[in-house]
Design a protein around this ligand. Sequence first.
Ligand code: ATP
Ligand code: MG
Length: 393
Amino acid sequence: MYRLVHNGYLAYLVGGSVRDLILGRKPKDFDVGTNATPNQVKRIFKNCFLVGRRFRLAHIRFGDHIIETATFRRTPDMDDDGDVCLVEDNCFGTPEEDALRRDFTINALFYNIEDFSIIDHVGGLDDLHAGVVRAIGDPNLRFQEDPVRMLRAVRFASRLGFRIDPPTYHAILAHHRQILRAPLPRLLDELLRLFAYGSAEAAFRLLYKVGLFHDLLPEIADFLDHDHGQDSLLWPWLRELDRIVALEPARGTPAVCLAVLLAPALAWVEARYRGRGQTVQHALLVRDLVAPVLLRLGAPRWLHERVVMVLQFQKRFDPLARKRFSRRGFLAQAVFPETFTVFEVATRCGQGDLESLRSWQEMAANGAGTAAEPLALPKRRPPRHRQRQVVRR
Ligand code: ATP
Ligand code: MG
């Protein structure tokens, strides 16, 4: 920012980092807004590369960090073909226009390093202090413009412990059914971001309350409807996952998050079959439940397969199933840590064997350094002289 300012440009810290700094939280990343165009930014930073097709952004690298530097822009006017940004310059705007195109007032604050002030075009500071998530402009239009913003409202409310301003809240109630109109990759991305920072339980409770849960995950919503809604079994599962993710964020992988979301519904479906005296193969049941959910969300193939594996392998923790496979082989599988995390959640929610959890935990800890190796252990016995050496020692 100082370099941009020394070169005669405006440069502000923008977006989520300003919000988090004011709240005393550690920002995940820092974004900069400037009136320099991407090419002008590139000219004054050697460590800069331009990304993005529709809207060019400058990524400036400092060590391991990337500072995303975006030129102030305004909401583009749609032309007759619904095409936006025909000429890039058309999209550039003033700082105020840039604040107004953002989603919520708490996300539209700028921090000015020249006088250490906060620039607030939208009343974001008051909302930040009052703990309110409020859409900028008419929430009905803003959610129709980009339905993903409804998920973002839920994310900020649950993560920050804020309430959603009534007009914004009612707009979600009115438009939640449009959520699947959003581009699927962004949808999945925003859905998975609900699990970050250990606030998944609050986020999914709120999704259920406003109806977004039914739109996005009808199979699981069906289970919730039959399982006492806000008193369902699913909530302790998410609470347990939240606890783990708060301590060790890396364990909350996309496959783990989706598997935890699906596991209680899976058990319910399974119990229903059993109740009718029918037996179904667990592996098939998993595929049948996972497929519609992940296809609807446009999950990539690898993620789909991983969720299936994590759920299918839960059976391996069943003490009765142990004999049929190699524990070492299981431990060495790339998917083991994720499978184990879901088993840990299940066990702490009373659905698994605590003794078994402890013994697997120990095994995983002992094998931790060699986790990738056990499969490579010699199949044949080591040569005799080495055996003798071992005995002598
Ligand atoms: P987090 O800390 O979770 O990253 P964030 O506020 O930084 O939260 P990002 O998704 O990283 O959220 O987006 C950065 C900023 O870009 C937001 O603070 C907001 O101002 C703006 N923004 C992001 N998505 C949208 C959107 N769909 N509509 C309008 N503005 C958006
Ligand atoms: Mg961010």
